[in-house]
Ligand binder design. Structure first.
Ligand code: F6R
Length: 632
């Protein structure tokens, strides 16, 4: 087993973790207050620390504290960017923390994203010097990028680097571009505290939430130190702790292979996990594993405890995987033993919930098409409008189309001309600091709606089965969403009660700590639970919920309870379905390490699942979509 070289703490939830961290920070502030000294904090932005800042603010208010002795240095800022721009880290920090506490303005230091470029070197040196003048950072808060960056020290940054201007990596731009309304306004540079600057902090707290961070956390903690993974240098720091939720810790060896570090409960799920892991480790199909393989790879306890031989264990897990594979995701009209879905009723009424207007086709397009072709009454429910994810250029293009259409058919009356001019002028003169007008947001929503509708027509379902929920929690026009309310649940409940489905599909991103997907899933689960409570003997009794993974992740093989194979032709069919989402292709102009489009990513992921099943000794398909059943 790989050794763990950084201390970490794992919490059941993000909230529990940030409560501990907030407590540490507040205690440190109060200690210094008693000594009449400053506490110097190094602060990060991004999704990760938001809950921590909320917790600090609520403790500050509840306990009537003062933070007048706090001096802050932020890690980074985009360049160039105006302070007032909603995406600036200056705005972020004020919105989440500084506007709510009494840290004096002169104690707040955030790299200036508008400092003249010709003086930037000196400016950066002065930033480092100022930290030194305050006696260095007492507590440095860090997040971690998917590529292992800390601050904006991208892979390849020197461990001796100091505060400086850097060019953002493609992956970072790709992830962070979600915050910007057009490609043009996404800065490609940033100012960041250097790695050497960070390492000089007396204490470092790195936080990570959600399974998207699991891999990079395991690499930083267990792999060798390399500039290709900047966070790995934290292994050399004398007082650094990683605070993780259980999802972010899931790739650590001690979590991934718990049988290597402790005695475990050998239930069905644990056995499946261990056997599959052994196959991948030895690159052997399940039915080729020998008792010796188990004994030599830390699984003798399993053999001894179960009093069995490899042969029996192998068969048990092999059958589970074999039975999960089905070309009949809605169940088959004849009774099949151990099929993941019920045969009856057939056909079924089905709702596919899609958080954004394209998640259904990207994440389960093959299954969507099959369900319809197999005669089920398939409905789609688009939970949010997705209106902030359309770039302005695309709106301009659409407006021009409408204008030309009007001219062509003599509809270019004064009012239409005026509307066209007003909307195009708004976009053309929009500054980086400006949010979209409600009209532009509506246009963006319509664009996405038309794309989803065209996907459904492509699949073949009737327009009456396509539902746009436009859940209100999403409609802020900004990245930051409102907290979901009963209104969101009621809209979801109404659709469920109208359709009364026997099968429901949802994006199962429970591990996504901030995302719209998690909120959307929780809303469906809440709606189903409320319906169950209100009418336990009603249609809900026969309703099953299947989860697909949204975005770019897939379920781990040992979690999968239904795997739907796809032929090469079905892969192409799905690709064409994804093509309907033209406004989502605008990300491509960024060139870099991963310039794959949505359909390519989806195909790679489905192919990878099929290859993993094949490696385990099951039939080799071209591609596979995967699902987990959720008991609500
Ligand atoms: C931002 C910063 C970055 C982020 C990292 C993770 O100040 O220092 O290193 O911590 O990009 O971002 P989130 O938290 O959004 O996943």
């Amino acid at each position: 087993m790989k050794s763990e070289k950084i201390n970490y703490k794992i919490y059941d939830s993000q909230l529990l973790a940030v409560k501990t961290i907030a407590n540490n920070i507040i205690n440190a502030i109060l200690e210094k207050q008693k000594l009449n000294q400053h506490l110097v904090l190094g602060l990060a932005t991004g999704n990760t620390p938001i809950l921590l800042y909320q917790e600090i603010v609520s403790r500050y208010k509840a306990e009537k504290l003062s933070f007048k002795n706090v001096v802050c240095f932020n890690l980074d800022e985009y360049y160039p960017i105006a302070k007032e721009a909603p995406q600036s880290y200056w705005a972020f920090m004020h919105h989440h923390l500084f506007n709510h506490v009494d840290i004096p303005a002169e104690n707040i230091n955030i790299p200036d994203g508008k400092h003249p470029k010709e003086h930037i070197k000196i400016y950066c040196q002065e930033y480092d010097q100022k930290i030194k003048q305050y006696g260095g950072i007492d507590i440095q808060i860090l997040g971690i990028g998917n590529n292992g960056h800390i601050g904006f020290n991208e892979p390849g940054s020197s461990f001796y680097s100091r505060t400086r201007m850097i060019h953002l990596e493609y992956d970072t731009m790709f992830i962070n571009s979600a915050d910007f309304s057009s490609l043009k306004s996404m800065p490609q540079f940033a100012l960041t505290a250097g790695i050497a600057t960070i390492l000089e902090a007396k204490k470092i707290i790195l936080m990570a939430w959600g399974s998207r961070k699991a891999k990079v956390i395991a690499q930083a903690v267990e792999d060798s130190i390399t500039e290709a993974l900047p966070a790995s240098i934290l292994q050399t720091h004398a007082n650094c702790t990683f605070y993780l939720d259980k999802f972010a810790s899931s790739e650590l060896s001690s979590i991934k292979r718990p049988w290597l570090t402790k005695s475990v409960q050998w239930d069905k799920a644990m056995i499946k996990k261990a056997v599959i892991d052994l196959c991948f480790l030895l690159k052997k199909p399940i039915l080729s594993l020998t008792t010796q393989d188990y004994l030599e790879n830390g699984l003798s306890e399993l053999i001894v405890e179960l009093g069995t031989e490899a042969y029996q264990l192998n068969l048990e897990v092999f059958y589970q995987l074999r039975d999960a594979i089905t070309g009949w995701p809605g169940g088959k009209d004849t009774t099949l033993p151990n099929h993941p879905e019920r045969s009856h009723p057939y056909p079924k009424k089905i709702i596919i919930f899609s958080p954004h207007p394209d998640d259904d086709i990207i994440s389960m397009g093959g299954t969507f098409i099959r369900l319809h072709q197999q005669g089920h009454d398939v409905h789609t429910a688009y939970q949010v409008s997705g209106n902030i994810a359309v770039h302005d250029d695309f709106v301009l293009r659409s407006l021009e189309l409408i204008n030309d259409y009007n001219k062509l058919f003599g509809n270019n009356n004064q009012q239409n001309e005026a509307t066209y001019k007003a909307q195009t002028n708004f976009i053309k003169s929009k500054s980086d600091t400006q949010f979209d007008s409600s009209e532009i947001l509506k246009i963006k929503g319509i664009i996405r709606k038309s794309e989803a509708l065209s996907t459904c027509r492509y699949v073949g379902i009737p327009d009456k089965n396509v539902h746009f929920l436009n859940l209100p929690f999403y409609e802020t026009g900004k990245i930051e969403k409102n907290a979901p309310t009963q209104a969101d649940i009621d809209i979801t409940k109404k659709l469920l009660n109208d359709v009364q489905p026997q099968q429901v599909y949802c994006a199962g991103d429970l591990a996504d700590p901030h995302g719209t997907h998690k909120v959307c899933l929780e809303l469906v689960i809440k709606a189903l639970k409320e319906i169950k409570q209100e009418e336990p003997e009603g249609w809900i009794k026969n309703c099953w919920l299947w989860l697909y993974k949204g975005a770019w992740q897939e379920w781990a093989i040992d979690e999968i309870e239904m795997a739907v194979p796809m032929s090469p032709e079905q892969v192409v069919q799905k690709r064409l379905g994804i093509y309907n989402h033209q406004s989502q292709k605008d990300i491509v102009p960024f060139m870099g390490s991963d310039s794959r489009e949505f359909w390519q990513r989806a195909e790679d992921r489905n192919k990878d699942t099929a290859e993993q099943f094949a490696l385990l000794g099951l039939t080799k398909y071209s591609a596979m979509e995967a699902f987990v059943k959720y008991n609500f």
